[in-house]
Ligand binder design. Structure first.
Ligand code: FAD
Ligand code: NA
Length: 387
């Protein structure tokens, strides 16, 4: 570390992109400090020995982008399969395609509406609360897509995600509820999508495959019993910090709220348990929000997978405490105000660039975080590097 020109805290996609750019564009020597025992941040995955499934340890990760710069960049380190994401949902003993589309609507109403007829029906049902301003999530949902579809597909799923009755949640939680008036149930609308052919970890390893990049795993930046800590490094070397912004300042102004996710692993002596990679559960009687059958993300690996067993992860959502993994920023008005106050402290911190989803209290998909990192390198990090 004494010879490092740049220290990066966190080996997630933000930190890895900065490290890769620093070496390629300035020849810097980079030290990456990572609290976990592996690189990749929340996009990390590992191979399951029994089934040959690639398990996404922090929840299902699908790569998708319409950004040509990002697509070109990621293809330097991995190629992508032709996987196209689709999601189904179980409601009232039936399976429906998601997101809500003409197939969902016609199955739900046992009808054969044309796009125009369905559009008219949904507009009419959404008019139930016409003239009033929705002041909670329930009313907002009803005024966006009408009560029948909202109550079937959104209400209980959202209640499980938030562990709260939607009538007590602010309307702002849902700004849009996209309904497609055709049979397209391709989940993402992006130009490019796919999964890394050799898995996420191989992709990430290739990004930092350079002798000038050193990674210290299982090393916490706030642990003063090891040399690569905040107190020893800040002000002495440029730092890119991608951990939680409130943690960096010892939660001095208060805690930013996050949601976390817990997984319950199930194994079945079957080849295929769900018939798809992601099944949502829209009803209250199933306590988890969705189930993920990882094998089904990689049908091209058929010959390398075990067809007598499969592994499924059930996903439970709840609010995070300090010791939980922070997954999704809650971002209430109070959180936004608190984050703005932390930003003032960030601006005063010498030679520390805060980045990534934790460092900037934002939800970003992988392609967005790579894009942010490419910008941040050019605008914020490179000016701090002498070479
Ligand atoms: P992270 O990946 O969180 O990396 C931050 C790293 O910093 C972590 O490894 C952490 O251990 C480390 N760190 C934190 N504090 C310290 C410390 N004190 N000392 C040392 N190291 C520290 N994106 C998609 O594009 N498609 C998807 O389908 C998708 N699905 C998602 C599903 C879930 C459940 C979640 C939570 C996210 C999903 N994402 C998805 C988003 C994706 O995970 C993020 O875009 C990406 O991980 C962000 O990278 P990052 O580097 O900002 O943060
Ligand atoms: Na700063």
């Amino acid at each position: 570390s004494e010879q490092a020109d740049l220290v990066i805290v966190g080996a997630g996609l933000f930190g890895l992109t900065i490290a890769q750019q620093a070496v390629e564009r300035t020849g810097a020597r980079v030290e990456i400090i990572e609290a976990r025992g592996n690189i990749g941040g929340n996009a990390y995955s590992y191979m399951d020995e029994q089934t040959g499934a690639e398990i996404h340890k922090y929840g299902a990760h699908l790569f998708h982008t319409s950004n040509p710069r990002v697509w070109k960049y990621v293809n330097r380190f991995t190629s992508f399969t032709n996987y196209v994401h689709h999601v189904y949902t179980t409601h009232n003993g039936e399976v429906f395609p998601m997101p809500i589309n003409l197939g969902t609507i016609n199955q739900f109403f046992h009808a054969s509406y044309t796009p125009e007829e369905a559009r008219r029906l949904v507009a009419e049902q959404a008019g139930e609360l016409a003239g009033s301003t929705p002041n909670n999530l329930n009313d907002q949902g009803i005024s966006l897509i009408g009560r029948p579809l909202y109550e079937a597909f959104i209400k209980n799923y959202t209640a499980k995600q938030w562990q709260t009755d939607p009538s007590t949640l602010p309307a702002s939680v849902i700004r849009r509820l996209p309904v497609r008036f055709n049979y397209n149930n391709r989940y993402f609308k992006d130009t490019w999508e796919g999964l890394p052919v050799d898995g996420y970890t191989a992709w990430f390893e290739r990004m930092i495959d350079d002798p000038r990049i050193h990674v210290s795993l299982s090393t916490d930046f706030f642990d003063t019993s090891q040399p690569l800590n905040r107190d020893a490094l800040v002000g002495k070397v440029p730092i890119v910090y991608t951990g939680p912004v409130d943690r960096y300042f010892d939660y001095k102004l208060g805690d930013l709220q996050w949601k976390t996710v817990e997984f319950k692993e199930k194994r079945y002596d079957e080849d295929d348990h769900l018939g798809c990679p992601v099944m949502n559960y829209a009803d209250e009687d199933v306590p988890f929000t969705r189930a993920i059958e990882f094998k089904n993300f990689n049908p091209e690996r058929h010959d390398r997978q075990n067809h007598e067993h499969t592994v499924v992860w059930e996903e439970y959502s709840r609010s995070a405490s300090r010791n939980d993994e922070p997954y999704y920023p809650v971002s209430t008005a109070a959180d936004k105000q608190l984050y703005a106050q932390y930003r003032e402290k960030v601006a005063a911190e010498p030679q520390v660039i805060f980045g990534g989803r934790l460092g900037t209290y934002a939800y970003y998909d992988m392609h967005q975080v790579i894009d942010k990192a490419l910008d941040s390198f050019e605008n914020e990090v490179q000016p701090l590097l002498k070479k």
